[in-house]
Design a protein around this ligand. Structure first.
Ligand code: ADE
Length: 461
């Protein structure tokens, strides 16, 4: 690839002789020419600018000087492309020449643009100074023979285009075949095909200033490491670049991806939304009770009657029951998922009982598997509109982390109807395993539940 730079400060570009760009030039992968715009002036003072028509501050670069420079640079012969045969039929194909103009009013430079420009035969960078280059220059060269790209580095103003030109040259140059030694390193980078930021990286020493490298990276479980890295990418992107999350293709996101994004406050399915997972407040007994009554039937087997379900709701899901539990956060932990939009709607909740009279019933104990004193995850429900959103998994992980942070229980246990395969798979995926069965009364009807348990690492509060 041929790169030409036209500037009034050629010495800025000495940096291109260093490092990867320097080596790429030495190897003939890139050929870079830096030209002084003043070579094309025709007056004693080598003038390149003048006052703006229409008035205003600053100076504008003259089109006549730029025209002479660019006519010459954009028509210079280019070496034939390596490895490409000229087409045997059809009209002769000229080289792909791109004129790139750095300007704060340009299109933001992206990795996509860099990937596209890496396929050009020649890129000519015209570095403006002052108030920029007379607009007719860009308009004149935009033609069948040339593409013109007016690009910006970001929403800030630099003194001129030189730094932006260096950025584009490096972003494009490293994508030219052979420039980066290990092409695999290009694949995992931030902004590559998937549109996620890169995961954090660690190296030796393993312990530095009291901070440890994450344990998972020290083992050889490649699948677990890949999953951990993907989770970190998702969380980073959600926190730092919600604009990128908004553009993710949901078909590329599996349920664990959606759960991780929901934990970071971003839901992408069934529609995009912001969500907050937090502890329920004392005044919210009515809202939580309504959500509990609406969602409880979703997990009931078909043979239960409305009357049985209603009897259960009256006893266990009433506003007064939730008011009692919300008033006692030592033993009763209620987390809610709330939409962060005008509606402020609660779309899911968990209820975990850490101890006290409502604690896990003794008949659930299975010696050696599930001990008395396990935290009892009594409820984990998401309203049907949001099934598949990842909110349930996000709530569950927050509930487990909350138990661990309270420091009283080293297990979390729950019961789920034996016919509810979806729930069983969900809890299995979240590290729960079968400890036994129990009978669970809904109204007058005895139901058989699987009892599932997950061991947790307790943090001392
Ligand atoms: N020239 C001055 N500011 C610029 C920016 N933000 N991006 C590209 N070129 C510039």
């Amino acid at each position: 690839m041929r790169i030409d730079v036209v500037t009034i400060f050629p010495s800025y570009f000495a940096a291109l002789d260093l490092s990867l760009m320097g080596r790429a030039q030495a190897q003939g992968l890139l050929s870079v020419g830096v030209h002084d715009l003043r070579e094309w002036t025709d007056d004693r003072h080598r003038t390149v600018d003048d006052t703006p028509y229409g008035g205003g501050a600053g100076m504008v670069m003259r089109p006549d000087v730029w025209g002479r420079a660019l006519d010459e640079v954009l028509t210079a012969p280019l070496p034939p492309r390596e490895g490409t045969e000229p087409p045997s039929s059809g009209p002769p194909q000229g080289p792909r020449r791109v004129l790139a103009l750095p300007t704060p009013s340009g299109t933001p430079l992206t990795q996509r643009m860099a990937e596209d420009l890496a396929g050009a035969d020649q890129i000519v960078l015209a570095c403006g100074r002052y108030e920029g280059i007379d607009q007719r220059v860009a308009d004149h060269y935009r033609s069948e023979e040339h593409e013109v790209v007016e690009f910006s580095l970001g929403d800030y103003v630099l003194n001129g285009g030189e730094v932006a030109a260096l950025v584009l040259i490096e972003a494009v140059g490293r994508l030219v075949e052979g420039v980066v030694g290990n092409p695999e390193s290009l694949v995992e980078e931030s902004y590559s095909t998937e549109g996620l930021l890169e995961y954090p990286a660690y190296t030796k020493p393993r312990s530095w200033r009291g901070m440890e490298v994450p344990e998972i990276l020290l083992g050889g479980n490649h699948a677990a490491i890949a999953r951990w890295r993907r989770d970190r990418s998702l969380v980073r992107t959600a926190h730092r670049r919600p604009d990128l999350v908004a553009r993710l293709h949901t078909s590329h996101l599996d349920i664990q991806d959606r759960e991780v994004l929901a934990s970071a406050g971003r839901v992408v399915r069934p529609r995009r939304a912001e969500v907050l997972i937090r502890q329920a407040r004392e005044g919210e007994a009515r809202a939580v009770s309504e959500l509990a009554r609406a969602t409880f039937p979703l997990a009931c087997p078909a043979f239960l009657t409305e009357a049985d379900i209603e009897a259960f709701a009256e006893d266990h899901l009433s506003e007064s029951e939730f008011a009692r539990m919300l008033a006692d956060p030592d033993d009763h932990r209620v987390l809610v998922a709330q939409l962060k939009d005008g509606s402020q709607e609660l779309i899911g909740y968990t209820l975990t009982i850490l101890g006290g009279p409502d604690a896990m019933p003794a008949e659930m104990v299975r010696r050696g598997r599930l001990e008395l004193g396990a935290a009892y995850l009594s409820k984990c429900y998401v309203s049907s509109d949001w099934h598949g959103s990842g909110v349930a998994g996000a709530l569950l992980e927050r509930a487990v982390a909350d138990v661990a942070a309270r420091g009283r229980n080293s297990q979390v246990a729950l019961g789920t109807n034996i016919a509810n395969k979806r729930a069983r798979n969900f809890y299995r995926r979240h590290g729960f395993s079968l400890a036994g069965r129990r009978t669970f009364m809904v109204g007058e009807v005895a139901n058989i539940d699987d009892v599932l348990v997950r061991n947790i690492t307790v943090h001392q509060p």
